[in-house]
Design a binder for this molecule. Structure first.
Ligand code: SF4
Length: 495
């Protein structure tokens, strides 16, 4: 139990963000009394706007830590600075810093990403690069102000550099397209996506694809009206290849005949589950415009695959990968997850060894996270399946294997409740970096999305604003309300 008392502010979100880094499983209770009366840990945080931040940390009724930090005035418009967005941002960041230092002091632990708790840490680097700060300055700022570990600061700068080469070459009128296929062969333990078991949904797939083709046709007209070109297409889900051959063919050729493809630079199809693939489907995909696929082992250990609810073996993954290569795919991504229940460091290494022998073109290394809606989060015992040291070692080993495959990091994101406060990181061989992954992370262009559970994202850079519009998640609701999904999109796109 962690007790918290806030004085002069209500920045609960920031306070809880930092507490969760150090004490993931503890309940947080807000108290309005003296810390002397409480056992356990009590945090008192006071903000005097325009003046100072004070942090006191009490343990078993005794003061264990005290710090104060002066807030400089960053706007020169008199008292108005107190209300400004930038000033509030500064207070929140300083509050996080002071709290982080307090917890670091009493636990003796430091976090790989310091006080950066957002999903997209590379954005901070892009902002500083846009302001023409040197790489050296940015690196120091990451380490000294945000308290990011040296190795992570280096990766972040490398990722931002790689991303900029693709972002800067993006035409100004380009958008990307996401199409969701919410079906899968079985449900993985950690899955929080919109995904329905295909064996119980096969009678609805045809109607779903028809509704999707209708939404695609109307959306293509909106895109044409705006004069946008399509830079990348991503079909995800679920696992799109879990649908039958006829539906898959209808979907892929429907995409090609609906959207203008002359500006298209990348077309990805998730073929994640080997138990969703066969020779005929691989042939259908190859004869379409798809030029990038993802075959995702997550682990190459059969007992782990079984424990996480995947209905296939490591040999099935090898079969699918080799068949895809034989069929002619020359841009294949593989995903792996560090920290899966029951997987030790040596088992994780063995997975990477087998993946290295297959030699994919890119590798995405996820760290297990506990997401709302997943079976994993329901089982509290699964939360402590691995310690921070081991998960950091796994991430390090994955980086080494990526390097032996001549891959470099090219995109990165973080999630809430992620083991070891680590990250998900995409490695790629030269020229196989996914444009879509970079665009979705860095939020520089609209992502126009179709299908159940899909989220369209509009970016308004001149207003520093992003708006999202959500399609319904239920497949039957989606089929019945497709026109409403189109109207929602239209209204956000045309303002
Ligand atoms: S393969 Fe992906 S979409 Fe399907 S159940 Fe597993 S995590 Fe979810």
């Amino acid at each position: 139990m962690i007790y918290v008392k806030l004085e002069g502010h209500d920045y609960k979100y920031q306070v809880e963000d930092v507490i969760r880094m150090f004490f993931y499983n503890e309940d947080i209770i807000y108290a309005d009394t003296s810390p002397i009366n409480f056992g356990g840990i009590f945090i008192l945080s006071r903000v005097e706007e325009g003046e100072k931040i004070y942090i006191e940390l009490w343990r078993e009724g005794l003061k264990a830590y005290y710090a104060e930090s002066k807030l400089g005035v960053i706007c020169d418009d008199g008292n108005e600075h107190i209300k400004s967005h930038r000033y509030k941002k500064k207070i929140k960041m300083e509050l996080k810093r002071q709290l982080y230092l307090a917890f670091e002091f009493i636990t003796g632990k430091s976090m790989p990403w310091g006080i950066l708790t957002g999903i997209r840490p590379a954005k901070i680097v892009h902002e500083m690069l846009d302001m023409k700060f040197s790489r050296n300055f940015i690196s120091e700022k990451l380490k000294n102000y945000y308290m990011v570990k040296e190795e992570k600061a280096g990766v972040l700068l490398e990722v931002a550099g790689k991303e900029r080469s693709i972002l800067n070459a993006t035409p100004p009128d380009a958008v990307s397209i996401y199409i969701g296929i919410p079906f899968c062969t079985t449900r993985c333990l950690y899955c929080s996506f919109t995904s329905n078991p295909i064996d119980r949904s096969s009678d609805i797939v045809k109607n779903y694809i028809d509704a999707l083709l209708y939404e695609m046709e109307k959306t293509a007209a909106i895109i044409a009206d705006k004069g946008w070109s399509v830079q990348s297409i991503y079909i995800g889900g679920g696992t799109p290849t879990s649908i039958d051959e006829e539906s898959l063919k209808k979907l892929l050729f429907g995409v090609e005949s609906t959207f203008r493809m002359d500006g298209l630079q990348e077309f990805t199809l998730e073929a994640g589950r080997p138990d969703s693939l066969n020779v005929e489907k691989l042939g259908i995909i190859k004869s379409s415009r798809v030029d990038r696929i993802s075959i995702n082992p997550q682990s190459m250990n059969d007992e782990v695959l079984e424990a996480i609810g995947r209905n296939h073996t490591a040999k099935d993954i090898e079969w699918a990968f080799m068949k895809a290569r034989e069929t002619g795919f020359d841009n294949i991504n593989m995903d792996i997850i560090a920290g899966l229940p029951g997987e030790t460091l040596s088992m994780f290494k063995a997975s990477l060894e087998r993946i290295t022998q297959l030699s994919p073109d890119s590798l995405t290394v996820h760290t297990l996270s506990f997401k709302r809606g997943s079976k994993l989060i329901e089982d509290k015992n699964n939360r402590t399946c691995i310690d921070n040291r081991c998960i950091e070692d796994m991430a390090g080993v994955a980086a080494d294997y990526a390097s032996t495959m001549n891959m470099k990091p090219y995109y990165l994101y973080r999630q809430k409740n992620i083991l070891g406060n680590l990250e998900n990181i995409g490695y790629s061989t030269k020229g196989h970096e996914s444009i879509y992954n970079i665009q979705i992370m860095e939020e520089k262009q609209p992502i126009i999305a179709m299908g159940a559970g899909a989220v369209t994202k509009m970016v308004f850079p001149e207003e520093n604003r992003i708006e999202r519009v959500f399609n319904v998640k239920s497949v039957t609701e989606y089929i019945n309300r497709t026109d409403e999904m189109i109207a929602r999109k239209e209204s956000i796109i045309f303002g």
